[in-house]
Design a protein around this ligand. Sequence first.
Ligand SMILES: *Cc1c(COP(=O)(O)O)cnc(C)c1O
Length: 415
Amino acid sequence: MTNTNRSLSFAHAAALDAADPLAHFREEFVINDPQWIYLDGNSLGRLPKQTLPTLQHAVQHTWGDQLVRGWGEGWYDLPTRLGEKIARMIGAQPGQVICADSTSVNLYKVVTAALAMRPDRAVILTTSDNFPSDIYILQGCAQAAGKQVRVVEPEQLVQAIDSQTALVALSNVAFKSGMLYDAAAVTRHAHDAGAWMCWDLCHSVGVVPVALDDWGADFAVGCTYKYLNGGPGAPAFLYARRDLLPEVLSPIWGWFGEQNPFAFDLEYHPGAGIERFLAGTPPVLSMLAAEAGVEISLRAGIAAIRAKSIAQTGFLWELADALLVPLGFAIPTPRNANRRGSHVSLQHSDAYRINRALIEDEQVLPDFREPDVIRLGLAPLYTTYQEVWEAVQRIRRVTETGAYQKYDTRRSKVT
Ligand SMILES: *Cc1c(COP(=O)(O)O)cnc(C)c1O
């Protein structure tokens, strides 16, 4: 057996698991059927065991017994408290991050705010690999402000930033290919041209080191239900650079963003700090669940998580290259670990049906993205190397045998 083959063996995967300093974190998650290989933590993270008693207590004790007094028992300051915890994972000094709303709504807020501070410039610039919902939000903001959205190919981004660019809005990790942008460099280019820079961190927060303050980013948004394991529909977060805060204004003026919500004044005065980006009452239960998820990532530490993510995606990349590329798969995800996030994508003309067969017949749960991509998301807090190895064998099996061909190419509603 050659060295390469040995490094792709099951025994090697088992040895990597045995030596993994984060292995014990898997026990902190609900995993009822270990036969199922879950590779969609980049879409919805697993349920942390701690979330169950946390929610049980919040519902039964705080809501049930304390009723409205719950607001004085840690509900009211949840958006800023949780914001500060997320801040530690995205390289933000205190006072610049809140937890609120959804990523889409937060993007609307910061983009509208940024455009208002560059009234003389006409263009929002983004790339074709950005998440479509982000592009829709940009289009809506542009229409309302009389601006336009320019969508360029990722390779053309830097040359496309010019004196007409008001804002560059990008995803740090591209949702389909898994490509990781050099955020410090792109932010510098945006600033050199006098444009604002906004990062969407949905596919990087909790798994890729993010350094918003060091990058000099102006705005950022991201979600807590992917690698942070906050639960379905968990609230998102929003970052605005501290020195912009005195002048930047949210387009949604609600009482939670007011200087003194309980003064019930009839004139709006924005809060002094980042809380001015809050709008209405926070979803308390969802936020408490998000907090339980965030705590685990903070304890594990982003450096250790990233080290494991690089090792696991590298292992997967090499396995896929050796076993799946010969079966007609291509790997759009960069081979260079510094240029990828924590999922590896596989492209195949029959990707939809192969993905379906993996779920129906092979107990593997990845996801499919139109038109021909299967995404394999690796969540270092609970994904094992043995699962990575086994998943590739199962993908090989359904493809080689043609077992997937019994499925229809008609799409289901949620993929
Ligand atoms: C997951 C994701 C979103 C989700 O936005 P929601 O408002 O939570 O639906 C947005 N942008 C990117 C880049 C994402 O990956």
